[in-house]
Design a protein around this ligand. Structure first.
Ligand SMILES: O=P(O)(O)OC[C@H]1O[C@H](OP(=O)(O)OP(=O)(O)O)[C@H](O)[C@@H]1O
Ligand code: HPA
Length: 183
């Protein structure tokens, strides 16, 4: 897989360090909520963000529920189809809970815009977005993020959960995919 990567952007160590920082910040941010006996739920957007959430959850020193939602808009291509589809809903009722959406990448913003609207309609106590990567692209729907791991260049990236046609998710680092692989 390494030979298909043009440039490594974030190493395994850099990702681990940043995820730990975000986990610590969230622990502090939600400490009072937990003290009041309210529930915090981490929602991972499958499939890409599964690795990020698994690592993030272990960097948080407060009790959290873990749930999963599956959304797809890229299919097997490198461009958003523009049509966001929910493939799997969360398993539990999120009303009255503090929801933290853990996403791997904010690119066009379509996925998160859809998700925020959808989850907000269920009456959570609060709704926050944490994304590991935010792409520096001009055409992006406005999505407010509580934490961004890295501001990433406008290139197609893979690894640490991010795929191209279901490949490269298990790369331990994040890198730019060689354009000849997807063009
Ligand atoms: O901001 P956007 O342009 O909407 O792109 C971001 C979304 O695209 C990818 O998901 P994808 O649809 O490829 O599904 P996957 O997580 O299963 O790879 C990625 O994991 C994000 O969820
Ligand atoms: O750059 C990307 N890589 C992988 N999946 C993605 N989904 C949106 N942007 C990307």
């Amino acid at each position: 897989m390494d030979q298909d990567v043009k440039q490594v952007l974030y190493t395994r160590e850099q990702i681990a360090e940043r995820v730990a920082q975000i986990g610590e910040a969230l622990t502090q941010q939600y400490a009072s909520v937990v003290e009041r006996g309210e529930q915090v739920v981490l929602v991972s957007v499958l499939r890409g963000a599964a690795l990020f959430m698994a690592d993030l959850a272990r960097e948080m020193d407060i009790p959290v529920e873990m749930d999963y939602i599956a959304i797809s808009s890229y299919g097997s291509g490198a461009k958003s189809s523009g049509v966001v589809r929910m493939i799997k809903d969360v398993s539990s009722d999120i009303s009255g809970k503090h929801v933290i959406i853990a996403e791997d990448i904010l690119d066009s913003g379509l996925t998160l815009s859809y998700l925020l609207k959808n989850l907000a309609s269920r009456g959570p106590a609060s709704l926050t977005v944490v994304t590991l990567l935010r792409k520096q692209t001009r055409a992006q729907a406005q999505v407010e993020c509580a934490h961004v791991g890295f501001e990433c260049p406008d290139e197609f990236v893979v690894g640490y959960g991010l795929d191209y046609a279901e490949r490269y998710r298990n790369l331990p680092y994040i890198g730019i995919l060689k354009p000849e692989v997807y063009q």
